[in-house]
Ligand binder design. Sequence first.
Ligand SMILES: N[C@@H](CCC(=O)N[C@@H](CS)C(=O)NCC(=O)O)C(=O)O
Length: 227
Amino acid sequence: MKPVLYQYWISPYCDKVRRAMTLKGIAWDIVEIPVLPPGKFKHISPTGKFPAVDFGGTIIVDSTDIIRHLDKIAPEPRLIPADPRDRADALILEDWADESLYFFDLTMRSWPQNAASFVDDLLHMETGLKKSIMGRFIPGALAKVAKTQGLGRKSETQVTAELARHYDGLDAKLTGRNWLVGDSISIADIAVRAMVFVLDRTIEGKALHDARPALAAWADRVDAATL
Ligand SMILES: N[C@@H](CCC(=O)N[C@@H](CS)C(=O)NCC(=O)O)C(=O)O
């Protein structure tokens, strides 16, 4: 029986899980969660957060926990490094991607020049009046979350400069090496790549990515292994 991934297609956390399963050669089925009405899948994810994966009756919520489980049921190639120092580095980078880069995505996609593509990505299952009404509210809702977190209170110039510094760090780390940690692809590469993928859907994020050759070559390498 194939695992069933409950997902929002555009969620970078769901992308992490898909990439991990592709790398491990695991086939899966998908249930796409509609944005409205909320709470319809509380029986799968009591927190209302996705991804969640049903592994034949065992449901795991949260991309990090899902990838830990994948490493148990399909150990090769392993995504959480065996070496304790590499493991620590990989998990710290994963957490940085999940908890820091994610808010650059939320913030930058709420900007007027990027909002239309976000609405299209999020509401790809919706049509007509429902889509146009929801589409009007979504950028504001996104901006509210970004402001509550803090990054959304900064100017576009400041946020773009901060992301440029993060991308400079990645570009330096990846110059002359294939992967972020150790000699093989790990959870760090998958988590960071998933965030860079959604950031590429902003005008500013795409330009910053394209201007950094080591980062760009690494992104292609991760895609070749995980898509
Ligand atoms: N730490 C979680 C984060 C998952 C998450 O925040 N997912 C978002 C989509 S990107 C979600 O389900 N949001 C719905 C909500 O907050 O109600 C993970 O790694 O899976």
